[in-house]
Design a protein around this ligand. Structure first.
Ligand code: ACO
Length: 333
């Protein structure tokens, strides 16, 4: 038992105002609203306008301001920023430092970017939990901020229907002595042998952007949807099972399941495996599509703000993404 337990002090989210409907996507590629809804559950997604400042650090600034208010803390109370993104502001300096700047944090707090694709926020949350429980840190901000429209291929109907932009921010701190809040179990994983199923290959050292390949799909997401689908259902269900088993709990004791929002059918398939009613899953994929590592913190913040999630309840978070990475957290809110 650790000396300290982790408490979610406050949450916030931001999505860009521009809504892109399935009908609009149907004008770009050969698809339809009906096909997208039947296969994914997605009705619309948000698209960031970088000219309005909505790059990852800019979206995170707006979400963080709401999280500070909810947590009742000041920006300078943050000791560490863990920033998950698959499309950073730039290669370096990292996006966490850009957020520190935008928030006017002057205490010199640590700043670290995390890239575990859609699982990145869960990785960040787990690292933050360990640092808080060990006593090393008291207040950590975990960010999932994504501008997927920056790498989406608007000529590829297999992928462009799936993604959206947005950001979720969670501020973690020490639970006051005697409070029930805390992380009960967690799991992080990756299966690199399946990495080829979901990639953005270009722009790094392995596949530099050259005059020959600029503007080709090496700069965009490529995916084998069926393989990712199968793997997502299998790993998320396995992680949930592992966490429940470690905690000696059953799914009936979980109040809310907050899964990565990639496809409604994936969420339904995981819920079915546990005979878990879908109305106990937090789902917003129909409005925001897959915002990569921002989906879980956005969904959690929405459900906290509208009163579904209450203090003392048990939450099960699960995510998967390129890598193929995966992870989960079982916690008392
Ligand atoms: N509109 C119309 N038809 C389409 C579209 C589209 N947008 N996309 C594919 N099709 C066609 C295919 O070409 C195929 O046609 P064919 O039978 O003539 O070959 C047919 O529809 C069926 O395609 P499938 O790939 O079998 O469709 P499926 O039911 O598997 O759904 C989907 C595809 C939605 C991509 C699904 O596989 C999926 O959601 N996979 C998981 C993807 C995912 O979660 N990605 C995010 C990972 S998280 C991260 O880290 C980014």
């Amino acid at each position: 038992m650790s000396a300290y337990q982790t408490k979610i002090l406050g949450t916030g989210h931001y999505v860009p105002p521009r809504i892109m409907t399935n009908d609009e996507v149907s004008k770009l590629v050969d698809t339809s609203h009906q096909w997208i809804v039947e296969r994914t559950g997605i009705h619309e997604r948000r698209i960031a306008d970088p000219k309005a400042g909505d790059i990852p650090s800019g979206m995170a600034m707006k979400a963080a301001q709401k999280a500070f208010e909810a947590a009742g803390i000041q920006p300078n109370d943050v000791e560490l920023i863990l920033f998950s993104t698959t499309f950073p502001d730039m290669f370096f300096p990292n996006t966490a430092t850009q957020l520190q700047l935008k928030l006017g944090i002057t205490n010199g707090c640590g700043c670290l970017d995390i890239n575990a694709a859609c699982t990145g926020w869960v990785y960040g949350f787990t690292l933050a939990d360990g640092l808080i429980r060990s006593g090393m840190y008291k207040t950590i901000m975990v960010v999932g901020a994504e501008m997927t429209s920056g790498f989406n291929n608007w000529n590829d109907r297999n992928t462009c229907i799936l993604f959206g932009d947005g950001c979720g921010v969670t501020i973690l701190g020490r639970a006051p002595a005697g409070e029930a809040s805390g992380v009960i179990a967690h799991v992080l994983g990756a299966d690199a042998t399946k990495g080829e199923h979901l990639m953005l290959r270009g722009g790094g050292a392995a596949v530099p952007i050259t005059a020959e390949n600029v503007g080709t799909d090496v700069q965009c997401v490529v995916m084998d949807g069926k393989e990712v689908f199968k793997s997502a259902v299998k790993t998320m269900a396995a992680h949930c099972e592992q966490m429940l088993s470690e905690a000696h709990m059953t799914m009936e004791q979980v109040d809310w399941f907050i899964p990565h929002q990639a496809n409604l059918r994936i969420i339904e398939a995981v819920a079915n495996r546990f005979n878990f009613p879908l109305d106990k899953a937090v789902v917003n994929v129909e409005r925001f599509a897959n915002t990569s590592s921002a989906t879980v913190p956005i969904a959690m913040d929405e459900a906290i703000r509208d009163g579904r999630i209450k203090r003392g309840q048990t939450l099960m978070l699960a995510a998967f993404g390129a890598g193929l990475t995966s992870g989960g957290v079982l916690l008392k809110y």
